[in-house]
Structure formats: C-alpha cells, structure tokens
Design a protein around this ligand. Sequence first.
Ligand SMILES: NC(=O)c1ccc[n+]([C@@H]2O[C@H](COP(=O)([O-])OP(=O)(O)OC[C@H]3O[C@@H](n4cnc5c(N)ncnc54)[C@H](OP(=O)(O)O)[C@@H]3O)[C@@H](O)[C@H]2O)c1
Length: 270
Amino acid sequence: MSVTRSGVGMWAIGAPDFGAQLELVELAEPEAGPNELKVRLFAASVNPFDRKVLNGMLRGSAEHVFPLVPGTDGAGEVVGSGERIFGTFFHHPVGRGTYAEYVTVPAGNALAPLPEDLDPAVAAALPTAGMTALQLVERLGSAESVLIIGPHGGVGSFAVQIARAAGKRVIPIERGDSLVEADALIDLVSTDRSTFESNARYAPLAFNTNYVSADKAQNFGMKGSRETLVRLASMVQAGDLSVPIARRLPLRDAGDVFAGHGPGKTVIIM
Ligand SMILES: NC(=O)c1ccc[n+]([C@@H]2O[C@H](COP(=O)([O-])OP(=O)(O)OC[C@H]3O[C@@H](n4cnc5c(N)ncnc54)[C@H](OP(=O)(O)O)[C@@H]3O)[C@@H](O)[C@H]2O)c1
C-alpha cells in the first residue's frame, strides 16, 4: 500500500458502526502490549464470522472499537523479529482485525510459521476454514459416508477434500439437492434448529457449525491450534490440499469485500 495521508498511520478497512458499509480508513498503527506481537500483514482472508461480528454478533458480550475493522485470519511478519507467521488473530477489544496493514495479537493465539514456499494469500485462507474442516472430519471416526451441505464454501471446499483423502465417500449437497441416507452429516448451512434437525434425520452422526442443535454434541466449535495449522500447511505443500481462492482484492478496493461470493475463499492482499 501507499503511504497514508498523515504518513504515520496505516490503512485498514473499517465501518463506523455495526452493520455499516466498510470503507478504507486511516488508523494509527497498533502497539503491541505485554505478551503480544505486532504483525505486518501480507494477506487476510474473509470468513462469515467477520460479517457476523460487523453486524453485532458480539455486541454486549465484548468491548468493541470503531471504526470496526473485521478479520480474524491472516499471514504476515512479526515486526522486530521478521518471523513469518500465519493463523488466527482474534483478540480484544473487537474491531482491530486483520483487514489492515498491521495487527497486534496475543502470542498465545493459534499461530504457526509461514513456510517460505507457501503463498501468504493461501496461508491466510487456511486458518478458520481449514482448521474447522480438519477437526470436523476427525470427528467422523469410522463413518464411511458423509453428507456435506455447503460443499463449495470456505469450510466445505476443505472438508470435501480432507474427507475424501481419509477414504470417506463424500456426498456434496448443493442448494436444492435432496438429502440421502449416510453415516454422517456435516451441515455448514442451517441457521435454525428445525432445519438442522430435519437434515440430521438422514445420518446417525451429525454436526452443524452454527450452534443450532438442542443436542450440544452436534454443535461443532473449532479449536485453533498451532499443531493443526502446521498440519494444514504441510498438506498444501505436499499437494494433498488445494486452496480455492475465488477473489484476491487489494486492501484499497476491499470496501465491498462481503459483496458477491464465489466458490472458495476471498483474500485481501495488503
Ligand atoms: N462453529 C465454528 O467453529 C465455525 C467455524 C467456521 C465456520 N463456521 C460457520 O460455518 C458456516 C460456513 O462457513 P464457510 O466459511 O464455509 O461459509 P461460506 O464460505 O459462506 O460457505 C457457505 C456455502 O454454503 C452454500 N450454501 C448456502 N445455502 C445453502 C443451501 N441451502 N444448500 C447448500 N449450500 C448452501 C453457499 O453457497 P452460496 O455462495 O451460493 O450462498 C456457500 O458456498 C458459517 O455460518 C460460519 O460462520 C463456524
């Protein structure tokens, strides 16, 4: 990015209020606190969680700062040491996320080395969606067949590949498709209990990612870890996992980052 108007700040994509349009904003560079890292980002990826936070999902349960800069996932280099890292940068207060040139992050977050030969945009696309997909497939145990609803999105495109590599018969369920019986179900789409529960009738083992089931065991929550990130990076480097990037947007053009949607991930390039 070019030098900011004042020459001392950074560029970011932020919104003045919950639910407001994102726009290019100039902010002071964040300063790392105790046990935090300051990272110059190369790329950030877009997850549905970012939009939910912008729309106020955490309102009342976490402190927010405005302009609210969304973004959890990213890849960059640690200011000072130059160490290249990627992972999840979620921290408090909410609103100084990865849609920015610089971010600070607690050193204990799920972060892993960014290999020299891994495209930072690809690494930035991996953390939330990749860790979710990998951990969901691990939950399937010995199930031989799995329905995946939402197979072309961020999580789905990874889950389909990882489940197939694990030897499972994957039945992708796109919009309008009918469900069939299978050993397991990964529902990445349902946002209400009754829709999920009617889908879950097709498989004895069923998970959703939107916390909509009355049965907590069916509500999957990703747990970020360095080890999972390292595994994902290794899978990509070995050619065992491809990372579908639908759009690469320069930061200055990322105000409409939530508009339009292709299969796979949207990545913001700093
Ligand atoms: N609990 C957790 O730990 C966790 C972690 C990661 C993600 N999530 C959540 O999981 C969900 C999926 O995440 P994601 O990153 O994969 O989102 P995404 O990239 O937006 O993908 C969702 C996919 O589902 C498709 N879809 C929408 N409605 C559908 C329907 N009725 N039938 C079949 N496919 C449909 C979408 O297609 P179109 O593009 O055509 O709409 C899109 O391809 C989000 O709600 C996210 O917040 C939860």
